[in-house]
Ligand binder design. Structure first.
Ligand code: NAP
Ligand code: MG
Length: 462
């Protein structure tokens, strides 16, 4: 157990205003592994002032120099990648190989992409006879969740710094240690004092203070739809810009011409990965009625293989929530073909990889985000039926389409109300814009589209 001291403000670790701390728990054995300060509104105010003071200087720093700092940041993250993976494993509970391959490697790829983009992005364009300047929006309040704890931090901070914005980050209370490591990396990369600030704390205290602070120009939030809605209302009321990455209930549409075994196996892996704690997970598998029974058998067999390979959920509340959804699925008449709500181990916040068959579109488990290793398999009769089911939730974050030919899958994907679709398996692309249609969010992260969120335009007429 280590008591981690201080919050990172204006280029230094300083004591928080109050004495309260947050306990960090290892979800595998439920042991407290450390504490961090629970920052308050006073700490947030100090951090926002530092960010405001640093803003004019950073905004005026040539993009090439900002790019150089981001390249240095990427290099520090690369040098500390093992420590990043170990830290995420300790506070999130994900197996170490997954932490290395995803929780450490993906943020490094994203930091690298913004180091490159900042160097080449045209921060000036022409519109007829006018010159349009793309200027940083100001001070960013970033509020992040625990499920991809470093990725979600880098996906906000890297484009914000590339754009010339300054940042105050409030990371999730469950995963503050990797956020502290990130602050050390920013410091080591030579980013000037005040450009990046970290206040660990509780959502309704530090998070809310940050979202409400009049010195914040843009609130960028990733997390639950419930909190996102409140933040959107608060920020909208203050006429601040807001970016929201919220929940999902994404559809994995397997068309009749698809390679069924491949589509089902990749689909199950997609849901079980990170113990199902992925906002873009393909939690609804849509299969034609003629191939339905075969798909259910394949999925149950695939899920059984994941038994010991996935980690626990992040905390007891998430475990209880996911178990409650599994019970609800059974109560509403879905057929359990793998897993169930009984925890597979006594210690740790584990939930078994679970697959439901005979799920109908109006069931709770087909409509609400569960955020655990739970797959629902739905039956469709024809393509229009599949589309109606795929588009039949309030969400629209991601999805997948499988078909014999890419063109057939693309034609279907064009009709989907969702922000990202993987065609026949796809491939992770750190510069592809990511974000939601409908209630999955507002705005986009990653790549040029992610950078644009942090810029505002000024046009000069001659
Ligand atoms: P959450 O409460 O929305 O947490 C996300 C972030 O917002 C955390 O930093 C949180 O702080 C902060 N926060 C909480 N209340 C706030 C408030 N009133 N004002 C400002 N910030 C606030 O999500 P959660 O409770 O951790 O997870 C609940 C559910 O949200 C999950 O089951 C899942 O369905 C969904 N979720 C979605 C994503 C995604 O990537 N889209 C990520 C995580 C969770 P604390 O850490 O102190 O709560
Ligand atoms: Mg919360």
């Amino acid at each position: 157990m280590k008591a981690h001291e201080g919050i990172y403000i204006d280029g230094a670790w300083r004591p928080a205003a109050g004495q309260d701390v947050i306990e960090v728990v290892n979800p595998v054995d439920e042991q407290v592994i450390g504490t961090v300060p629970a920052g308050t509104a006073l700490d947030v105010d100090t951090a926002v002032r530092a960010a405001r003071t640093a803003f004019p200087g950073w905004a005026a720093t040539p993009p090439a120099e900002r790019a150089a700092r981001l390249a240095a940041l990427r290099d520090v993250l690369v040098a500390r990648k093992d420590e990043i993976a170990e830290t995420v494993t300790a506070e999130l509970g994900s197996p170490l190989p997954f932490s290395q391959a995803v929780h450490a490697a993906v943020p490094i790829a994203v930091a690298a992409s913004y180091a490159e983009l900042a160097a080449v992005h045209p921060f000036e364009e022409k519109a007829g006879t006018s010159t349009v300047l793309l200027e940083p929006i100001g001070v960013v309040g970033a509020i992040t969740p625990w499920n991809y704890p470093l990725h979600q931090v880098v996906a906000k901070v890297a484009p914000a710094l590339a754009a010339g914005c300054t940042v105050v980050l409030k990371p999730a209370e469950d995963t503050p240690l990797v956020a502290r490591l990130f602050a050390e990396a920013v410091h080591a990369a030579g980013v000037p004092a005040g450009v990046f600030n970290l206040v660990t704390g509780l959502g309704p205290v530090a998070g809310q203070a940050l979202a409400e602070h009049p010195g914040v120009d843009l609130v960028s939030f990733t997390g639950s739809t419930a909190v996102g809605r409140r933040i959107g209302a608060v920020a909208g009321g203050a006429l601040k810009k807001v970016a929201l990455e919220l929940g999902g209930k994404s559809a994995n549409v397997i068309l009749p011409s698809a390679d069924l075994a491949r589509a089902v196996n990749v689909g199950v892996a997609n849901v079980m990965s990170n113990s199902g704690q992925t906002c873009s997970a393909w939690t609804r598998m849509l299969v034609h009625r003629d191939r339905y029974d075969e798909a259910v058998e394949l999925a149950a067999a695939a899920a059984a293989k994941y038994g010991d390979r996935i980690g626990p959920l992040v905390n007891a509340a998430q475990q209880a929530r996911v178990r409650g959804y599994i019970d609800k699925g059974v109560a509403e008449g879905a057929r359990l073909v793998a897993g169930g709500s009984e925890p597979p181990r006594e210690r740790g916040y584990h939930v078994s990889p679970t697959v439901f068959a005979d799920v109908t579109p109006e069931m709770t488990i087909a409509q609400e985000e569960i955020f655990g290793p739970v797959l629902s398999i739905l039956r469709y009769t024809d393509e229009d039926d599949a589309l109606r089911i795929a588009n039949g939730t309030v969400y629209g974050l991601a999805g997948a389409v499988w078909a014999g030919e890419d063109a057939e899958a693309v034609a279907f994907a064009r009709r989907m109300e969702t922000g990202q679709v993987d065609i026949n398996g796809g491939r992770f692309n750190p510069v592809a814009p990511f974000g939601g249609y409908k209630q999955s969010g507002v705005g986009r992260e990653l790549g040029v589209h992610g950078l644009a969120e942090y810029l505002q335009t000024k046009s000069l007429q001659f």
